[in-house]
Write a protein that binds this ligand. Structure first.
Ligand code: MGD
Ligand code: MGD
Ligand code: SF4
Ligand code: MO
Length: 680
């Protein structure tokens, strides 16, 4: 950010107040846009885009601009709270942590560490020092009961890196700098700014891509992204694997890169046999799309020199998640697009540079381990248990304490109807939060930590950024009330459990000192704290990926688990619900921006059910029901009912089922669940 390190903080005195502008970056989502925050005293007045930011160049979205209202939220938490009967009483950190520490310690002494469950929620996911301390605390406690959004968001993606790429660390994304063909399957970056992989200024990125080449979208809804695309296919939800299998079949018959297949892959014949049934006619029938739309997409793939496929939650939340993700990788592999300009780029990370390590090669059967006792049909994946098992583990008496680090379990976890009574039975349910909600209301201890404007930070998930970079922000305002740093709270809890995780007083106890441990030593000097941005060049092709492939012996094109899952997939039901993100909402957050739980229904589905536009609609599954606002909308295909998540009053997880899981990953099905609709 050359030339911008002057006047990071600009102070203007007027007669009555001093307003300051502080350069920072937004940590609402992984796009981490550069922002300028205007304050006056302890008031946060305004957030706007930072035009000098090397990545986002002035772009912000309504969520980032609403940060002042998050900070001044009427329900913000300012003091530690301890349960007192049906309510809470405010307390001191000393008393709260002593009580929590003593209770957790007693549970561990009596029942062992696995009686403590830890959820790494989105709220600490963007707090670099806090997240690192959470990892240290988890290791110190030594519980296998670790949960995170991984298993309610996108397990299939990591699974495929692991099974096909031989390491979960290979997170690919389209090379947006030079791509000429990008296929989005079940992702709507114009609203979401990308699934797992960040895309600040999505409309700008996509328009630049359109000027250069083609964008294709596979989505049951004509999304904001589809409106910018060259072509859009709307197959029946959960049938995306067929589209990809058809494309792989066609390319393998004509146009595959023979050199790649022979020298850089194993099991190409098994892949060919697996996709053989997916002829044009068969695929058109499964997906219920016109055959000429499939042939047009296939022709575009053939025209492209390299192919980049980006999937999102529309894929990872469905029953065909793993096989669709697998076949999207297969398409990129057989077209020679992996680790190539215009194809898939594998980010090396900034803080932990993958090019400096030798990635261990995963076992061919995947990185699975033992699961919880109450759900013997599930297993752990990458050291985590599926979120869906939490309620059963509590009911079985196996988990007695839950440390909830910035999660809104009541809206995020499947099967609210069984989860909430289970949470009530916990001896300890400690929640780290900034704003009171239905989850804090169920907690025994509520631990208020600094919000993003109150803490210095760096970009933790630098591997999700479009550049090989990291950035720093100072704290913008003083913390309100008794709020403390997340890392401090967790280290203090650790101390009470007998673990010395960090100094919590003295010079070593500042946020800055903790952050210095997150990025390599030489990055966190004058340079990062004054310029706030550190970057190195991108390599594509990246030698470290090729070295890993050498050790792997080539892409594993046909893992047995996936070949079997593909063969066993059954037909989706005629009417199902599908997930959708909303522009002015982030999961359960930003309710104050007034977003309604709008349920989108095709006229052909609404009319026979007597559901009318703008009126309440009740959606029922075998499991439960919710009522939201009907939007009769021809942009969503017949048979798909599009429901947003994160609304407490129309909580879509009342419709989901903790027993309806992907058999490989244990990920709950959040898409493609059969429904009926009724006037509300
Ligand atoms: N049915 C269904 N369920 C879903 C989904 C779906 O599409 N359908 N989506 C899933 C997905 S993709 C995800 S990622 C999960 C998300 O599930 P969660 O991780 O539970 O995410 P949020 O609802 O965003 O809750 C984050 C909480 O963190 C708090 N918070 C915000 N900033 C801070 C901070 O600086 N510090 C602290 N301590 N807390 C903070 C917020 O107030 C909020 O209550 O939900 C999943 N659940
Ligand atoms: N504004 C906003 N941004 C967000 C979030 C938010 O809540 N609001 N959440 C953040 C989080 S935690 C995540 S994980 C990401 C998610 O990022 P994305 O995965 O891009 O999420 P969506 O925008 O919901 O796009 C999913 C698309 O999948 C489609 N879909 C549903 N079922 C199917 C199916 O069976 N097949 C196909 N092909 N498509 C299907 C839906 O119609 C929808 O358009 O977004 C992040 N960004
Ligand atoms: S796109 Fe994400 S990072 Fe950028 S302003 Fe919006 S919420 Fe913040
Ligand atoms: Mo997510």
């Amino acid at each position: 950010m050359a030339g911008t390190d002057t006047a990071r903080t600009d102070t203007t005195r007027t007669d009555t107040t001093a307003t300051r502008t502080v350069r920072s970056f937004c940590r609402v989502c992984t796009s981490v846009c550069g922002i300028l925050v205007e304050t006056a005293g302890d008031q946060v007045l305004r957030v706007r885009g930072d035009r000098d930011h090397p990545m986002s160049a002035g772009y912000t979205c309504p969520k980032g601009r609403a940060l002042p209202d998050v900070h001044h939220h009427p329900d913000r938490l300012e003091r530690p709270l301890m349960r007192a009967g049906d309510g809470f009483r405010p307390t001191t950190w000393e008393e709260c942590l002593d009580d929590l520490g003593a209770r957790v310690r007693a549970i561990i002494d009596e029942h062992g560490p696995s009686a403590v469950g830890i959820f790494f929620g989105s709220g600490v996911g963007m707090d670099a020092a806090g997240y690192k301390m959470a990892q240290s605390l988890h290791r110190a406690i030594g519980t296998p009961a670790k949960f995170s959004p991984l298993t309610i968001d996108g397990t299939a993606k990591v699974l495929i890196s692991d099974l096909v790429g031989g390491t979960p660390a290979l997170a690919g994304r389209p090379d947006y700098d030079t791509a000429t063909f990008v296929l989005f399957v079940g992702s709507n970056p114009v609203v979401s700014h990308g699934h797992t992989v960040a895309m600040p200024n999505p409309i700008g990125t996509l328009k630049a891509l359109r000027d250069r080449g083609e964008i294709w979208v596979v989505d049951p809804r004509q999304t904001e992204t589809a409106k910018l695309a060259t072509g859009h296919l709307a197959p029946r939800p959960g049938t995306d694997h067929a589209v990809l299998a058809y494309l792989v079949r066609e390319v393998l018959r004509d146009g595959a890169r023979r050199d790649v297949l022979e020298n850089r892959c194993v099991d190409a014949d098994t892949l060919a046999a697996a996709v053989e049934p997916f002829t044009l006619e068969h695929t058109a029938a499964i997906c219920d799309v016109p055959a000429d739309e499939l042939t047009a997409l296939c022709a575009a793939v053939r025209r492209a020199e390299r192919v980049a496929v980006e999937t999102g939650t529309g894929v990872t939340m469905s029953a065909s998640a793993n096989v669709t993700q697998w076949l999207s990788w297969a398409l990129m592999i057989v077209t020679g697009s992996m680790n190539q300009p215009g194809g898939a780029w594998f980010h090396p990370g900034f803080g932990n540079r993958l090019e400096n390590v030798q990635l261990p090669v995963s076992p061919a059967g995947g990185s699975f381990g033992p699961g919880p006792r109450s759900r013997p049909e599930t297993h752990s994946f990458l050291g985590e248990w599926p979120c869906a098992v939490l309620a059963d583990e509590i009911e079985a008496g196996n988990i007695r304490a839950v440390l909830n680090l910035g999660g809104h379990l009541v809206t995020a976890f499947p099967d609210t109807e069984t989860l909430v009574p289970a949470l009530r039975k916990l001896d300890v349910f400690a929640t780290i939060e900034i704003i009171a909600n239905e989850t804090t209301a169920l907690s025994t201890h509520v631990l208020p930590t600094k919000d993003q404007l109150e803490r210095a930070d760096i970009t933790l998930w630098d591997n999700l950024m479009p550049r090989v970079a990291t950035q720093y922000t100072p704290a913008v305002v003083e913390p309100v009330g008794d709020r403390r740093s997340t890392w401090w709270v967790l280290a203090e809890l650790g101390r009470r459990l007998g673990h010395d995780l960090a100094a919590t007083s003295g010079d070593a106890a500042t946020d800055g000192a903790r952050l210095a441990k997150v990025v390599p030593r030489d990055t966190f000097g004058e340079d990062l704290t004054t310029r706030q941005w550190a970057e190195t060049d991108r390599q594509l092709p990246a030698p470290w990926v090729e070295r890993h492939l050498d050790r792997l012996g080539g892409w594993r094109l046909a893992p047995r688990l996936l070949v079997d899952q593909l063969a066993g997939l059954t037909e989706p039901a005629p009417l199902v619900f599908v997930p959708r993100r909303q522009k002015r909402h982030l999961n359960s957050q930003f309710d104050f921006l007034g977003t309604q739980a709008e349920i989108l229904i095709h006229p052909d589905d609404a009319t026979p059910a007597s559901v009318r536009d703008g009126e309440p609609v009740t959606v029922r599954t075998a499991h439960g029901e919710i009522t939201g606002l009907a939007r009769v909308d021809p942009a969503v295909r017949r048979g798909a009912v599009s429901i947003p998540h994160g609304h407490q009053y129309a909580n879509v997880n009342r419709l989901t089922d903790k027993n309806d899981l992907d058999p490989i990953t244990g990920m709950a099905h959040y898409s493609g669940v059969p429904v009926t609709i009724h006037p509300g």
